[in-house]
Design a protein around this ligand. Structure first.
Ligand SMILES: COCCOc1ccc2cc1OCC(=O)N(C)CCCNCc1c[nH]c3ncnc(c13)N2
Length: 275
């Protein structure tokens, strides 16, 4: 999409409603001049005021606008009027990965390895730019028209060279040092990659429990169990065990994930697997 000093809503034709998050609705839209199809997220300023989230959104825009990677949803531009903030985003035509996971119950090893490889590549890029996402979960993962994974919603991302303290993320995906409100760094995303790899292969996150405190306890104990069904390769379990490590300094690095035998054997190099 061409760069422009100042966009406005009159530059776009609004299409179908795509979905709704905490701060706003997402629509399909077309930029009139170029015909370029985008996703337009509309956020009401009143809601930002209610949740005191102006600074949060500003940081998210600064972070996501500065990222340019094939597995990170592009934020092309943003603008506002009296009552709304508009985000002009890359459109992911195949929608939310978690809906695909729910419909398939669990992914094949090829599909799971391809998504884990895409995530590791995207996170390595983000960490090189000192960005920690901190909220990677299936709801924030989208699929484009070729089935390539795109990380969206950097709402909890931070620019960080130093250690962080802020509590964020939903309990199932939190690393131990986050649930203990200890200092944490980019290695929290490596832990979450282990959670996601497990959930892609088994259909449920590894530390699910009756209630949040039960999950909290299981995370703190790293109470990791592998069900007998569905059948999962030893190599996949090996990668998960090397990521779900309580000592964050001992978690497999993103570079080593990309070279892990399970990833090398199963991941589709194009990133758009299985169809
Ligand atoms: C402050 O906001 C920062 C940006 O957050 C988002 C950017 C793009 C998003 C979703 C974002 O936040 C989460 C959210 O609104 N939902 C969970 C509801 C809508 C789900 N979209 C589904 C979807 C399907 N094809 C898409 N192509 C591009 N973007 C999409 C979608 N959604």
């Amino acid at each position: 999409m061409a760069a422009k000093e100042e966009w406005s809503i009159s530059d776009f034709e609004i299409g179908k409603f795509i979905g709704e998050g905490k701060f706003g609705k997402v629509y399909l839209a077309r930029e009139k001049q170029s015909g370029y199809v985008v996703a337009l997220k509309v956020i009401f300023k009143a809601k930002l005021e209610k949740y005191r989230s102006h600074a949060h959104l500003r940081r998210e825009i600064e972070i996501q606008h500065g990222l340019n990677h094939p597995n990170v949803l592009r934020l092309f531009a943003w603008f506002h009027d009296e009552t709304r903030v508009f985000l002009v985003l890359e459109y992911a035509a195949r929608g939310e990965l978690y809906k695909l996971l729910k419909s398939l119950h669990h992914f094949s090893e090829k599909r799971a390895a391809t998504y884990v490889s895409s995530l590791a590549g995207a996170l390595a890029y983000c960490h090189e730019k000192h960005v920690i996402h901190r909220d990677i979960k299936p709801e924030n993962l989208l699929l484009d028209i070729e089935g390539r994974l795109k990380i969206a919603d950097f709402g909890w991302a931070v620019q960080s060279n130093a250690k962080r303290h802020t509590m964020c993320g939903t309990i199932d995906y939190l690393a131990p040092e986050m649930v203990e409100k200890k200092e944490h760094d980019h290695a929290v995303d490596n832990w979450t990659l282990g959670i996601l790899c497990y959930e892609f292969l088994y259909g449920v996150p590894p530390f699910e429990a009756e209630d949040e405190y039960g999950t909290f306890r299981r995370i703190m104990k790293v109470d990791l169990k592998f069900p007998s069904s569905p059948a999962v390769s030893v190599e996949a379990k090996d990668l998960i065990c090397k990521l779900l490590v309580k000592d964050s300094s001992k978690r497999l690095s993103l570079q080593k994930i990309l070279k892990h035998p399970w990833i090398v054997t199963h991941a589709d190099p194009s990133g758009s697997c299985c169809d």
